[in-house]
Write a protein that binds this ligand. Structure first.
Ligand code: 1HN
Length: 351
């Protein structure tokens, strides 16, 4: 790559090449040598940009959507968080989609299923539920809820306040692979096949049913990771030694396999005690980060923002991330890390 620079190209040679490129274009061909270095960069140069969505500034606009369209008409009443470098593509990173979903009291978001996998992170309001393959779970702030590929899911709000959550889906990944299928249910709300808490009791208590033998890539049958458990774990480990780059950080797993809860999206929970400043770290998985508790400052590459509760920011691939908590901060994040790890592509550089 460091060979001597080639001689400058004369104008006539340039013109001859351009005419040649035009002729071969008619046969749907194009010269590699004009694009080689962009195709094989020396390190990731994502077109995605670092960006932050401040919940306090967005909340009114999210609620406004509730006056313009019903959940039923919209099917899902969601404002997509579009990466400013990828506008029009419905994505927050190259591989992931994120959006803020609103469901008003009495509303139902009808049952459907699709090959795209989804996660929810509850941000605001109480009284909503999600049903996944015949089991409902009440949504509480900070709960991490998943709807794996091809599982039936519907949502409803039985309470008396608007409920807002963050959706994360692998839509761009599935689109890239041209593997999208979807189906609507005849019933707008699924029939309850199991009582609430059934999956968590069977699969989420360090035990599994005696004859359960999941395949390595199977998504977890635990479809809710209650916030109180996550918080208790982080608080308990926060008395011990911290990681200088990550503070106290855990990854969510399928408890039956140790793998990511879903094969295409990894999720993490992190505790940063007040005053803690992480050392910068860069990784190849573009990551969406949500502040669930506390406040602080984040540096992404050369940008820096203050963050507060329910703010969402995105860290593109290979941009250095540094966090500083000014109050005890609990951060949730998700990325395509399990995909990259399965393909042998994931790298992290601690700076
Ligand atoms: C979806 O099914 C949900 O179930 C949310 O709440 C967002 C975005 C695109 C496609 C399907 C949901 C979605 C979605």
């Amino acid at each position: 790559m460091n060979a001597a620079k080639p001689d400058p190209v004369s104008l006539s040679a340039q013109r001859e090449r351009a005419a040649y490129y035009e002729r071969i274009a008619a046969n749907h061909m194009t010269p590699l040598w004009e694009v080689l270095h962009a195709l094989v960069p020396t390190q990731p140069k994502s077109p995605a940009q670092a960006a932050i969505w401040r919940y306090a500034e967005l909340r009114e606009q999210v609620l406004e959507a509730g006056r313009l369209i019903s959940a039923e008409e919209a099917e899902r009443r969601v404002l997509i968080l579009e990466n400013p470098g990828l506008r029009g593509q419905s994505c927050i990173t190259q591989s992931l989609y994120a959006g803020l979903q609103l469901i008003l009291p009495g509303e139902v978001a009808p049952a459907h299923r699709h090959t795209q996998s989804a996660l929810r992170l509850v941000l605001d309001g109480e009284g909503a539920y999600t049903a996944v393959d015949g089991e409902r779970t009440t949504m509480r702030r900070g709960d991490f809820i998943i709807t794996p590929s091809w599982t039936w899911h519907d949502h409803g709000n039985l309470g008396n306040e608007p409920v807002v959550w963050l959706d994360g889906l692998d839509i761009p990944t599935v689109r890239f692979l041209d593997a999208g299928f979807a189906e609507k249910s005849e019933l707008s709300s699924q029939q309850a096949l199991h009582p609430e808490g059934d999956a968590l009791a069977r699969y989420g208590a360090n035990m599994v049913p005696v004859d359960y033998a999941p395949k390595p890539a199977d998504p977890t049958r635990v479809f809710v990771y209650p916030f109180e458990r996550t918080r208790a774990s982080l608080q308990a480990i926060a008395h011990g030694a911290s990681d200088p780059h990550h503070g106290f950080k855990l990854r969510y797993v399928n408890p039956a396999t140790g793998a990511s809860p879903m094969p295409t999206i990894g999720a993490f929970a992190q505790w940063l005690p007040a005053g803690f400043e992480t050392r910068p770290v860069q990784a190849t998985d573009g990551t969406v980060v949500v502040c669930l508790e506390g406040s602080g400052e984040v540096n992404v590459g050369y940008q820096s923002w203050r963050f507060h509760e329910s703010d969402v920011f995105v860290v593109p691939s290979w941009q250095a991330l540094q966090l500083r908590a000014d109050r005890d901060a609990l951060m949730f994040s998700f990325s395509d890390r399990p995909v990259q790890q399965a393909l042998g592509l994931w790298r992290e550089q601690r700076l």
